[in-house]
Design a protein around this ligand. Structure first.
Ligand code: SAH
Length: 231
């Protein structure tokens, strides 16, 4: 199991404001339609069994369920899971929320999921490769994996940390640690080591003033990745 207790404590603290569209999680809310579209372009969500790994308060989990997926969602922050459960009730959506690690779930439900989404989470764990190994174990053969994370380089330092946390105060200070950011080449290497093949990379961009999100081929800051289980 790869987890950093300090990271989880941070997300426990942020849980209460998670669903405030104008609060500290507003960027996640604004990015969500683009993340959902990236998934839907590659997976028929209706009837698909999907795991949302590191689901937080369930912003993406709810969108997946609303589009017809059968969603299980896990997180190690009990506050986030509580908020997620409550919000799904309010939304009238059926989602299985569990406070559980991906390694425990992999032991219980090997090769169980058609797809896994793991967004904005790998940059918060000490050993992202261990999470990718769990993903492989949880996926059915030919299962699909959707990731998003932040690249490590001068532009992501300037935008994701200096601008977002210190100048614009878009995110709470200390949300991200630069050293944990992941280059696409590192994701690719981790995927290859665990029988997963990287198929697509797309940049995910955000204008905090217009609150507009878009995708293109520039993966210098935030990016999405799509991989398939292979053998
Ligand atoms: N995926 C959600 C939330 C991203 S925030 C979204 O994009 O909308 C990152 C989340 O990952 C937090 O809720 C945090 O508690 C969770 N997390 C961090 N390390 C984890 C781990 N090892 N296992 C499961 N969840 C983890």
């Amino acid at each position: 199991m790869s987890v950093d207790a300090r990271e989880i404590a941070k997300f426990d603290e942020q849980a209460a404001s998670w669903w405030d569209r104008n609060g500290p999680s507003r960027a996640l809310h604004d990015l969500n339609p683009q993340r959902l579209a990236f998934v839907q372009e590659r997976l028929q969500l209706k009837g698909a069994r999907v795991l949302d790994l590191g689901c937080g308060g369930g912003i993406l989990s709810e969108a997946l369920a609303a589009a017809g997926a059968e969603v299980t969602a896990i997180d190690l922050s009990s506050e986030q899971i509580d908020i997620a459960r409550l919000h799904a009730m309010e939304s009238g959506l059926e989602i299985e929320y569990l406070k559980q690690s991906s390694s425990d779930l992999a032991r219980e439900r090997p090769q169980h999921f058609d797809a896994i989404t793991c967004m904005e989470m790998l940059e918060h764990v000490p050993d992202p490769e261990a999470i990718l190994a769990d993903c492989r174990a949880l996926l059915k053969p030919e299962g699909k994996l959707f990731l998003s994370t932040i690249n490590r380089g001068p532009r992501s330092f300037a935008l994701a940390i200096v601008a977002a946390e210190h100048v614009l105060r878009l995110l709470p200070k200390g949300t991200h640690r630069y050293s944990l950011f992941l280059k696409p080449s590192e994701i690719d290497r981790g995927l290859r080591r665990h029988g997963l093949a990287l198929r697509t990379l797309e940049g995910l961009h955000y204008d905090p003033f217009g609150r507009r999100a878009w995708r293109n081929s520039d993966v210098g800051v935030n990016y999405l990745a799509y991989a398939e289980r292979v053998e």
